[in-house]
Every structure is written in structure tokens, then in C-alpha cells.
Design a protein around this ligand. Sequence first.
Ligand SMILES: Cc1cc2nc3c(=O)[nH]c(=O)nc-3n(C[C@H](O)[C@H](O)[C@H](O)COP(=O)(O)OP(=O)(O)OC[C@H]3O[C@@H](n4cnc5c(N)ncnc54)[C@H](O)[C@@H]3O)c2cc1C
Length: 431
Amino acid sequence: MIAGNMRPVLIAGGGIGGLVTALTCHEIGVPAVVLESVSELRPLGVGINLQPNAVRELGCLGLADQLDAIGVRTAAYNMYSRLGGLIWSEPRGLAAGYRWPQYSVHRGELQMLLYRTVIERLGAPAIRTSARVTAFENTADGVVVTLVDTDGSTDTEHGRLLIGADGIHSAVRAQMYPNEGEPLWSGKLLWRGTTRTTPFLDGRTMVLSGNETTKLVSYPISEPDPATGAANLNWIAQRSFDKSAGFNKEDYTRQAKVDDFLFAFDGWSFAWLDDLESLVRGAERLYEYPLVDRDPLPRWTEGNVTLLGDAAHVMYPVGSNGASQAIVDGRMLGRAMLDHGVGSAALEHYEREMRPRTERMILTNRTAGPDHIMQIVEERCGGRFDDITEVVSADELQEFADNYKKTAGFAISELNSSPPIIPPVLDLPAS
Ligand SMILES: Cc1cc2nc3c(=O)[nH]c(=O)nc-3n(C[C@H](O)[C@H](O)[C@H](O)COP(=O)(O)OP(=O)(O)OC[C@H]3O[C@@H](n4cnc5c(N)ncnc54)[C@H](O)[C@@H]3O)c2cc1C
């Protein structure tokens, strides 16, 4: 354990990455305080996926059972053409041979689980809400952070380090890169919702249908109710637009209408779904969101301040990786603090480990994410085939699937045989 009487590590942002970082600090004996802009954390968002590398880390934090209670163990990943032809199917999580499951889970429920755990373990004062970080100043041995309350009043916090885990519109990143501007729009819009209905296939499969221009993704994020058989199905419809039109109002909570996108799926056939219209019209709420990312940064760290999660590397969500990467970042930062002490050397080390990896992922997700094979099939045969291996060879299909897992850090044998990021407490050197 790193013990002692030190100023806390300040974490800007109580999202998935910030809360995991706080729990990790606690695990290694480092005091931490989360500074969150909203006045009350609420379970916002729709479905996300946690890959086995991130699930392993949540297990190391003692959250395996709680995660199992709120998520669905994803067992398969299927890709179809817009005419219903099965392009690729692979097992996922335990079914694929990982030692840890993959989970599909409601983002808000995961955030609330982490939030409750931070309160239980670190105490309520470890999360300061209505505390929007607006600026930071490096000092010789720490950092001073300026905060703005929801009522407009300002305050400061002093810490040993500042971790900018404040998401896609990070104020910490904006201070480091004042000329960066808004996130970059891909030209695609997403409509996202969850609908309570009978799940498709085995109730544990993530499905993608279509191509780069128009796509439908769906997966269950709850177990079926034993009485009714209904589960919460997460779905995402995607369409492409003329990029020059510009569309930069990314906001995870903007509501939208089914008629803005449903017509784009006219004439489609879904081998796995009987009635798309019922699925999307049955959603309790429907959100619209432009598919955006940001260019990789040349540096994340400035003295005693670094970036983490979406603030450091927001990427297209094509590989179901945003939350998983934020979790791995938090754990790697903890490991760096164990190895290099709670100071700027740890931040430099963490950045050296994580920045090149996530840079590869941002760039891969732009052009060759795991579902890019669906576009290749569209271009080669318009989505119509009897035998997929006459369109794309079995080797090419396998290579696509394997390469992405390697890039994202969840290749099966590498992950299964690697030691945990933070060694179990008993293995740590005495403080
Ligand atoms: C409300 C919301 C809903 C989302 N819904 C989805 C979804 O449905 N599907 C999906 O794939 N991804 C969603 N995301 C994004 C997803 O959570 C992230 O991509 C991923 O989990 C990485 O997490 P993160 O901790 O880096 O960022 P986030 O989870 O975005 O967390 C950032 C946190 O920082 C806080 N914050 C922002 N600015 C400041 C500031 N200046 N000072 C202090 N705190 C600040 C935010 O309120 C938020 O709690 C959502 C994010 C948010 C904030």
C-alpha cells in the first residue's frame, strides 16, 4: 500500500472512468476526491458493452457479483447483410474461451453501481457534486483546480495530481489544447433506444445488420423476466449524411423521432428480428447522437495533470470499447502510481503505456473497425449471397475478427495468460 499523509488525487468527472480511478486509488491506499459537474448523478444513457479485459478489472475491484446482477453475459456476436445473410458469427466472453465474461449493461446502472461503491469504500466526501472543473494550475508539488458550482459560485481544490476524466467535452483537455475545437463528426447519425420486449435468438447475442451507410445494432441488456419473458433490448440505428452539412451538437440526452430513420430500413430483411418497427416504436425514450470522435493527441500529461477515458481518447463506439478503455486506463494509472509513486513520473509512465494503444484504436475505428467487413460484403455482392465464403474467404473473416481484438487489448490467449494490472494486495511490497 502507498500510505501516508498526502493530498488527494483529484479526479475531474464521476463517469465510468473517473469512478473506477477513485476505486483503484482507494485499493492502493491513495486518497482521492471525485469532482463532478452535475448536482446529482442519475442513471443516464443506454446500453454499453464491457469487454473481458475490463470485466476482469471490475472483478479485481470486488464487483464481479454486482456486475453479474445488472448485466447480461454476452455469448455471441453476429453480423448480417441488409438482406439477412449471416456474414460472421463468433462466440464472445466465456463462450469464446475467455476467463472472464463480456457484459452488455445499461450505462447508467453501471455508473450507479460504481458510485455506490465509491461512497461505501471512500466515504461520501470523496465525491463532490455541483463541482465543474473549469481550470487547473500546476504547482511545484501538486495542482490547484478551479471549480464552478451549479449556482455560479467558484471555489478551488488543492491536490497532489489532477486526472481529467471529464468526458468528450473535457475542460481539462480544453485547457491543454485551447485551439482544438469541437469533436469531429463522421457524417453519421445514431438513434439509440431501449425497448422492453422478447429478446431475439438466444437472448445473449449482439447483432449488427447492414453496412457503413445504414446499420442496425441490437443486444439485450437485461435477463428476461421469468414471468413474461421480456427483457430490455438496446438498439442503435445509424445513417450516413453529407458531412459538409455539419452537425456538432453531440449530447447523449437529446430526444428524437422514429420517423427520422425508420424509412431507411424499408425493404430490409432481418434473419434475427420479425418486426423492426415494433422494436423501435416500443422504446421508452429515443435519443439522437452524431457519431463523433477526436484526433489522437500528441501528449496527455502536463506536469501533475493527465487525461483519462473519453477526455483522452474519445473514439467511434464501433468496437464496443469506450467504457472498457476508460476502465483499463484507471487501472493502468493505479499501477503506474504503485510503481512510480504518486507524482508526475506515474502520469508519464501511464501515458507511455496507454496513449499509443488508444491512438491505434481511434484510427482503426475510423476505417477498419470489427464491422467493416459488412461494408466489404456490401461492395462485393450488394449483401446478397448463398455462401459467404464465396464473397469473403474464411481466412479474411477470421483475420478481421482477430486483428481488432488484438488492437483493443482483448485477444483471448494474451489476456488469459497476462497477470492482473494491479497485483493482489498480498503481493505488494510493504510500504
Ligand atoms: C450522460 C451520459 C450518457 C452516456 N450514454 C452513453 C450511451 O448510451 N452509450 C455509450 O456508448 N456511451 C455513453 N456515454 C459515454 C460513455 O459513458 C463513455 O464513452 C465511456 O464510459 C467512457 O467514460 P468516461 O468516464 O471517460 O466519460 P463519461 O462516462 O462521459 O463521464 C464523464 C463525466 O464527467 C462529468 N463532467 C463533464 N465535464 C466536467 C467538468 N468540467 N468537471 C467535472 N465533471 C465533468 C460528466 O458529468 C460525466 O459524469 C454517456 C456519457 C454520459 C456523460
